[in-house]
Design a protein around this ligand. Structure first.
Ligand code: IDP
Ligand code: MG
Length: 138
């Protein structure tokens, strides 16, 4: 079964939307196999977003993601990347469809509430970065 790394970002925790976000994946029928509250270090954040290192918003992105606790999760299910990315919605919430997390609950691209891996290859790397094998259900 396929797995993805999903994170409720600091804005989600600050706005008390963690349960809402977890609940959407739960009620969809996905299986939660890893969950923890963590205040990310700069090193962890920079590694996680390394693909964006050259982007003009990289520093702001790292500052933001290290600004408070996040809810780090691993969800499992068939076609997990497509299912979770569709549920999360477009990167810029202005373009996110109603019914998606970003389309229902966010309006700014920098504070778009949730991260989801964009491929199985990325997911594998992100899961290994954020979780020890012992922290995940078999
Ligand atoms: P994704 O989260 O939908 O996969 P990415 O392109 O991987 O989007 O970008 C990572 C994060 O960087 C986004 O979720 C968003 O918070 C932030 N971001 C992306 N583009 C911009 C931008 O143009 N300005 C500010 N922040 C951005
Ligand atoms: Mg991305």
């Amino acid at each position: 079964m396929e797995r993805s790394f999903i994170m409720a970002k600091p804005d989600a925790v600050e706005r008390r939307l963690s349960a809402e976000i977890i609940g959407r994946f739960e009620t969809r029928g996905l299986r939660l196999v890893g969950l923890k509250l963590i205040h990310p270090s700069r090193e962890l954040a920079e590694t996680h977003y390394a693909v964006h290192r050259e982007r003009p918003f990289f520093n702001d992105l790292v500052e933001f993601i290290t600004s408070g606790p996040v809810v780090a999760m691993v969800w499992e299910g068939r076609d997990i990347i497509t299912v979770t990315r569709t549920m999360i919605g477009a990167t810029n919430p202005v373009n996110a469809a109603p019914g998606t997390i970003r389309g229902d609950l966010a309006i700014e691209v920098a504070t778009n509430l949730v991260h989801g891996s964009d491929s199985l290859e990325t997911a594998e790397k992100e899961i290994a970065l954020w979780f020890a094998p012992s922290e995940l259900l078999p």
